[in-house]
Design a protein around this ligand. Structure first.
Ligand SMILES: [Zn+2]
Ligand SMILES: [Zn+2]
Length: 404
């Protein structure tokens, strides 16, 4: 059996025997659905009246990937211009593809689709050699990367609840089934926002275009910076800078781009903390000039902004992976989890769709990984019999072939 047939049969088995739509689908009849088949074509502009109807379709079709629109339409089955857009959930995608982690240089590779120039780590926007924008990528759903995606998710949730005032009942969080998290806001006011308005929200949570002088400089003699008690970005910056100054050692300062003043900053730690915590009068710390405060603020913005994918949030017609369905790149499920469970949620346990069976594979190469409590690999040119979930993950990621 070839590997694609193996994946297709396994997916078919899941949809026929283990599948149910656990996650809620608001106004299902107003959504557009799309499905990628195993033959490589895409079925779009479908709609379903009920969850039951959708479930039956999925049981029968067993897609490679299943999607639904963040948008609500009068006529979801009509062509794009005639659908009658009624609004869209506010959706955020946080993906390890956009987060620079140390390990991405080990397990991620990209190759230019034009000139075949290749590199390790995060895929660049343009090929550094020929400027082409298409790449073949080889990534891995790594535990460390997913942890950092979760950290970004926690930061985003704090922005959404504290600064935008969305309630925990309006916000839903999902593991994407691959390398990240999806955050959906289902709120009536947010629903009607156009693409530009959504871009403003992205700019806010990513801290794009923050003017440092607005946060710090009143005149050249008295520098009035933000205080930890301030609202919004001002308070966030001050609190982050406060934590940084309180804990930073020499190396942390150097890594933050403050190498020239390290000694002075460490010596004045108490005064700095007092400045950040109090009314925010920066100029009282002797020897620490505006440039240093500016760098400290910039470093804080970098560490507290949430790294979300702009294109996903600003696209008001976007198709998003449907929860409880399988991700074609991993064989893992997209799963929803409670907001209160963010810190304890384990994607490599909750997203496993197959608990029984094994498959014999030849693994070309794969890093060490964990599924539930079992550790696998690393593998290099190895023939091995693995539990279905592990074999499927390797085959879907193009790291293994099925034997026989
Ligand atoms: Zn190139
Ligand atoms: Zn990683």
């Amino acid at each position: 059996m070839d590997s694609l047939t193996y994946v297709q049969n396994t997916f078919r088995d899941y949809y026929a025997n283990n599948f149910s739509l656990q996650s809620a689908l608001q106004m299902i009849e107003k959504r557009e659905f799309g499905f990628a088949s195993f033959d490589g074509w895409m079925l779009r502009h479908r709609s379903f009246k009920t969850k039951n109807e959708l479930t039956m379709f999925l049981q029968d079709f067993a897609p490679h990937d299943a999607y639904f629109s963040c948008a609500y339409y009068e006529e979801p089955e009509a062509e794009m211009e005639r659908k009658g857009w009624l609004g869209a959930d506010l959706v955020f995608d946080i993906d390890a593809d956009h987060i620079p982690t140390q390990c991405s240089k080990i397990h991620d590779e990209w190759t230019c689709g034009n000139c075949a120039f290749s590199g390790k780590g995060i895929t660049p926007e343009k090929c550094p050699k020929c400027g082409n924008e298409r790449f073949d990528t080889r990534t891995w759903p790594c535990e460390v990367c997913l942890d950092s995606a979760k950290t970004e998710t926690v930061k985003l949730l704090d922005f959404l609840m504290r600064d935008f005032g969305f309630s925990d009942k309006e916000i839903r969080v999902f593991f994407s089934g691959h390398r990240g998290y999806h955050i959906h806001v289902e709120n009536e006011a947010a629903r009607s926002l156009n693409s530009m308005a959504r871009k403003e929200i992205v700019d806010y949570v990513t801290g794009l275009g923050l003017d440092i002088t607005y946060f710090g400089l009143s005149d050249r003699k008295i520098l009035q910076g933000p205080s930890t008690k301030d609202q919004g970005w001002r308070g966030r910056i001050a609190r982050s800078a406060y934590d940084f100054v309180r804990n930073a050692n020499e190396d942390d300062y150097k890594n933050a781009g403050l190498q020239t003043n390290v000694e002075l900053l460490i010596r004045n730690k108490k005064a700095l903390l007092k400045s950040l915590d109090g009314v925010g009068t920066w100029s009282t710390v002797k020897g620490v000039a505006f440039g240093t405060w500016k760098r400290l603020v910039e470093h804080s913005i970098g560490s507290i902004s949430a790294k979300v994918d702009t294109a996903v949030t600003t696209d008001v017609h976007r198709l998003i992976r449907l929860a409880d369905t399988l991700h074609g790149k991993t064989g893992l499920k997209k799963v929803e989890f409670a907001l209160s469970a963010v810190s304890t949620f384990d994607p490599f346990k909750s997203a496993i769709a197959f608990k029984a069976g094994t498959a014999k594979v030849i693994v070309s190469d794969a890093p060490k990984f964990r599924l539930d409590n079992e550790i696998f690999g690393p593998y290099k040119c190895k023939k091995i019999e693995l539990p279905t979930a592990a074999a499927l993950l390797l085959v879907c990621k193009g790291r293994a072939k099925v034997v026989e």
